[in-house]
Design a protein around this ligand. Structure first.
Ligand SMILES: Nc1ncnc2c1ncn2[C@@H]1O[C@H](COP(=O)(O)OP(=O)(O)O)[C@@H](O)[C@H]1O
Ligand SMILES: [Mg+2]
Length: 509
C-alpha cells in the first residue's frame, strides 16, 4: 500500500492533500482514503507547488541556484517547507467493500491517502449482456480490471463516442464489436466510411473473429470471396429515406409524394423517366421542379437518362430491375439475428451510404414497432446503429431523418444509436440529453470539451484539463447507468485480435 499524501483542507466538493515527496502524482490518477468501514475514492484534478516560506526568501534561493552565487543560502529544511499541493475531486464512497455510491461524507482530517489498486473496485460486477469497453485506468496506468457495461441498457439509451481525430474512436468501436460478436445478442449496423472495420489482407479486423462466419455480414462494392456484393434495388428506397439526408425544397418533396402515391415502389424510376407528355399531366408539379429534382436524384444514385428518356443506373450499387430487391430486408434480417453488419462506405458517396442506412433502419423500426404492438418485442435482440462523423445528420437535419427519430424514441423499440464524432458541439442539446452514455476521449478543443462536460450525466466540471490530456485509447465513460465517471483505457484492437489472451483474457470465450 503506497501512501502518497495526507488531507490538509477541503470538504465535500474537493480535498487538498499534501503530496508525499517523490510520489509524482498525475492528473486523472485515482487515490483511495480508508476511514473506519468506509473507503473513499478520489481523482487528482490539479497539482500545484506550495511553500510555507516567505516569498522573497524563495526568490533569493532560486537566484542562488541559477546564478551559482552563495550556495549556502540554498533552502534549509526544504524537506518540509516545500511540497506539492494536490487537489482531489470525489469519485465514490464505498461501504463495507461492496456498496458504493456518490460520496455523502468526507474522510477524517489528516487521513492518509494511498494509490488505488484493482481490488478497490471489487464491488464492480460483470453485467448481463455485457459489452467490454476497456480497462479501468488510473491516470496513464491501466489497471488489470476489465470494465463492462450492460449492453442492453447502454445501447437502448444511445452512446456517443467523442474525440478529436486520431484518439482511438474507431479502435474503441472495433473493440466493442469484437466482444458483441462473441454472443450474437445485439444487431449492429455500421457504415464504414474508411473501410477499417472488416479488415483486409493482413490488416486485422472483425473478419478475424473466431465467430465471424456466424456473427458478421459484410457488404461492399468489391467484396472478398464469400461476402456480399452491395446492390440495392431502387424499389426498396422510400421517399422518407431521403428526408433529412439530402436537402429538398417543399415543392420537391410534394413532387416526390405525388410520384410515390401514383407509382408505389416504382416511384424513383418513374420520377427519373423523362416523358414530356406524361409529365404535363402532373399539373401540380412545375417543370423546373421536376428538372431540379431529376438532377439531384440522378447525381445521388448515379443515374443517366438514355435517349429514349429511360433512366439507367451507371453505378452497380443501385439498379431498377433484378438484383438487390431483398438487400434492405436481408440486412434487417441479419440485424434481427444478432449479427454485426458492415456496409463498406469507402467507395460510395457519403449521402448514398446514409440513404441505404436510412432504408435499413426504417425497415427495422417498422418491424420493431410491429413487434411491440404484438407484444413480441421482449424476445427481440437490441439493435444499434453506428453513425460515424455525421454531425449534420444528428445536427441541423435531425428532426427530419430516421436517426433523429431513433434518438428521440428508439429506446421504446430497442433501437439505439452509437454516434461517433469529433464535433459533439454541433449536436443539439435535445439529442445530447437523450444520449445516456458519453464516452469522452482526448480533445484539445475547449469548445468541444465544454459541450461534453455540460451535457454529461455526472458532474465533470473538474475534468476539463484531465480530458484535454487524455492520450490515445484513454477515455472517461459517463453514463446514467453508472454511479461515477469511469476512467478507462481501451486496448489496441490488434492486440485483442492477435489473441494476446494472456493480457485481455476475459474478452475471449
Ligand atoms: N488504445 C490504443 N492504444 C494505442 N494506440 C491506439 C489506440 N487506439 C488507437 N490507437 C492508434 O491511433 C490511431 C488512430 O486511431 P483511430 O481509432 O483510427 O482514431 P479515430 O477514429 O479517433 O480517428 C490508430 O492507427 C491506432 O494505431
Ligand atoms: Mg475513426
Amino acid at each position: 500500500m503506497e501512501i502518497v499524501g495526507s488531507i490538509v483542507a477541503g470538504g465535500s466538493d474537493y480535498l487538498i492533500i499534501r503530496e508525499k515527496k517523490g510520489s509524482s502524482l498525475e492528473l486523472g490518477e485515482l487515490l483511495a482514503v480508508e476511514d473506519g468501514d468506509k473507503k473513499y475514492l478520489y481523482v487528482v484534478s490539479s497539482i500545484e507547488y506550495k511553500s510555507i516560506l516567505d516569498e522573497n526568501r524563495l526568490y533569493t534561493s532560486a537566484g542562488t541556484i541559477i546564478e551559482g552565487i552563495n550556495p549556502k543560502l540554498e533552502i534549509p529544511e526544504d524537506d518540509l517547507k516545500l511540497f506539492r499541493k494536490v487537489t482531489l475531486v470525489p469519485l465514490l464512497e464505498v461501504l463495507n467493500n461492496n456498496i458504493y455510491r456518490a460520496p455523502r461524507s468526507i474522510p477524517s482530517f489528516l487521513s492518509k491517502v494511498r494509490r488505488i489498486e484493482s481490488s478497490d473496485f471489487s464491488f464492480l460486477e460483470i453485467p448481463k449482456n455485457r459489452i467490454f469497453l476497456g480497462k479501468i485506468r488510473s491516470g496513464s496506468k491501466a489497471l488489470d480490471l476489465n470494465y463492462y457495461m450492460n449492453g442492453e441498457e447502454m445501447l437502448s439509451h444511445h452512446v456517443i463516442i467523442a474525440a478529436q481525430t486520431g484518439r482511438g474512436k474507431s479502435n474503441m468501436v472495433k473493440v466493442m464489436l469484437w466482444e458483441i460478436m462473441n454472443y450474437s445478442n445485439f444487431g449492429i449496423l455500421i457504415l464504414d466510411v474508411h473501410n477499417e472495420y472488416f479488415g483486409y489482407g493482413t490488416q486485422k479486423g472483425l473478419k478475424d473473429h473466431p465467430r465471424a462466419d456466424k456473427a458478421l455480414v459484410y457488404y461492399s462494392k468489391s467484396p472478398p470471396p464469400g461476402q456480399n456484393k452491395l446492390v440495392v434495388n431502387l424499389k426498396s428506397i422510400e421517399p422518407e429515406d431521403l428526408l433529412g439526408i439530402i436537402e429538398l425544397s417543399e415543392p420537391q418533396k410534394d413532387a416526390i409524394n405525388i410520384f410515390a402515391r401514383d407509382y408505389k415502389r416504382e416511384w424513383l424510376k418513374e420520377l427519373l423517366r423523362e416523358d414530356p407528355e406524361r409529365d404535363k399531366e402532373f399539373k401540380k408539379i412545375h417543370a423546373s421542379t421536376l428538372r431540379a429534382l431529376r438532377r439531384k436524384l440522378g447525381n445521388l444514385f448515379r443515374i443517366r437518362i438514355l435517349e429514349d428518356g429511360e433512366p439507367y443506373c451507371e453505378d452497380d450499387v443501385f439498379c431498377f430491375e433484378g438484383a438487390g430487391e431483398t438487400t434492405i430486408s436481408d440486412i434487417a434480417d441479419a440485424l434481427e439475428g444478432g449479427k454485426v453488419v458492415i456496409i463498406d462506405g469507402s467507395t460510395i458517396p457519403d449521402e448514398t451510404g446514409l440513404i441505404i442506412m436510412s432504408a435499413v433502419m426504417r425497415e427495422v423500426f417498422n418491424r420493431y414497432e410491429r413487434y411491440k404492438n404484438e407484444g413480441l418485442l421482449r424476445d427481440k435482440v437490441q439493435i444499434g446503429v453506428v453513425l460515424e462523423e455525421a454531425p449534420r445528420i444528428l445536427g441541423e437535419l435531425y428532426d427530419k431523418n430516421i436517426f433523429g427519430r431513433i434518438a428521440r424514441e428508439g429506446r421504446k423499440f430497442k433501437i439505439g444509436l452509437i454516434a461517433v464524432t469529433q464535433m459533439a458541439s454541433v449536436i443539439p442539446d435535445e439529442i445530447l440529453a437523450n444520449i445516456g452514455t458519453k464516452i469522452i476521449m482526448g480533445n484539445e478543443m475547449q469548445k468541444e470539451r465544454r459541450k461534453l462536460i455540460e451535457n454529461s450525466p455526472q458532474d465533470l466540471s473538474a475534468y476539463n484539463y484531465i480530458i484535454a490530456g487524455l492520450e490515445k485509447g484513454e477515455s472517461i465513460v459517463t453514463s446514467i447507468f453508472s454511479k461515477f465517471p469511469v476512467p478507462i483505457y481501451t486496448p489496441l484492437f490488434d492486440d485483442i485480435a492477435t489473441k494476446r489472451a494472456d493480457k485481455f483474457e476475459p474478452v475471449f470465450f
